[in-house]
Ligand binder design. Structure first.
Ligand code: HEM
Length: 159
């Protein structure tokens, strides 16, 4: 038989359980929703760490490619570190993040390399593979494609 006290404490427990469920439900919705649709590309990609991981993955793929890797041959570790950091900064800034790209512009950087459309396609193909591997959403992928394509005419200098 239930006493008044035990009934009260049971309803308190029920209330607490309902409140907890509501909070968890709220958090789950918040977590699932991620940044709002109006957020910057930077935020929607997952911020600095996600962008740095994407840049590292792209570079790892480039360095393994027999068409792209020769362009980086002979560069010292500190050059590769600078290029990596500049790629992160560049992507972060282009995506609307709180970064500044302190490197040289794309035309000057790639001027003497005589990059052909075939080399470009190989390079950009790896970017696509990285974005697929990271399961980047379609909207974000499309925005990144626009950013990357906007650099093509400065980088591809040989027919
Ligand atoms: C989406 C296309 C590309 C982007 C966003 C990009 C971006 C960059 C950035 C940010 C740097 C560093 C510049 C600096 O430190 O001042 C760099 C350097 C370099 N890029 Fe690219 N790049 C692209 C395509 C290519 C392609 C297709 C090649 C050739 C396969 C290439 C070869 C190089 C090389 C060899 C360097 C080092 C230059 C040096 O000696 O400092 N890049 N690139």
């Amino acid at each position: 038989m239930h006493t008044l006290t035990s009934r009260r404490s049971r309803s308190k427990r029920l209330l607490l359980a309902a409140f907890t469920l509501a909070s968890i439900g709220g958090c789950a919705v918040f977590g699932r929703g991620g940044p709002p649709a109006t957020a910057s590309l930077y935020a929607r990609l997952g911020g600095y760490e996600a962008i740095a991981a994407v840049a590292d993955d792209i570079l790892a793929r480039e360095m393994k490619d027999s068409v792209v890797a020769p362009f980086f041959k002979g560069l010292e570790t500190r050059d590769l570190q600078r290029i990596r950091q500049h790629l992160v900064d560049q992507l972060c800034a282009a995506a609307g993040g709180p970064c500044f790209y302190p490197g040289k512009d794309m035309k000057t950087t790639h001027a003497e390399m005589e990059i052909t459309p075939a080399v470009w396609n190989a390079f950009v193909g790896h970017i696509g593979q990285t974005l697929a591997a990271f399961k980047v959403g379609e909207r974000e992928r499309n925005e990144l494609v626009v950013i990357v394509n906007s650099m093509r005419s400065d980088i591809v200098t040989k027919p």
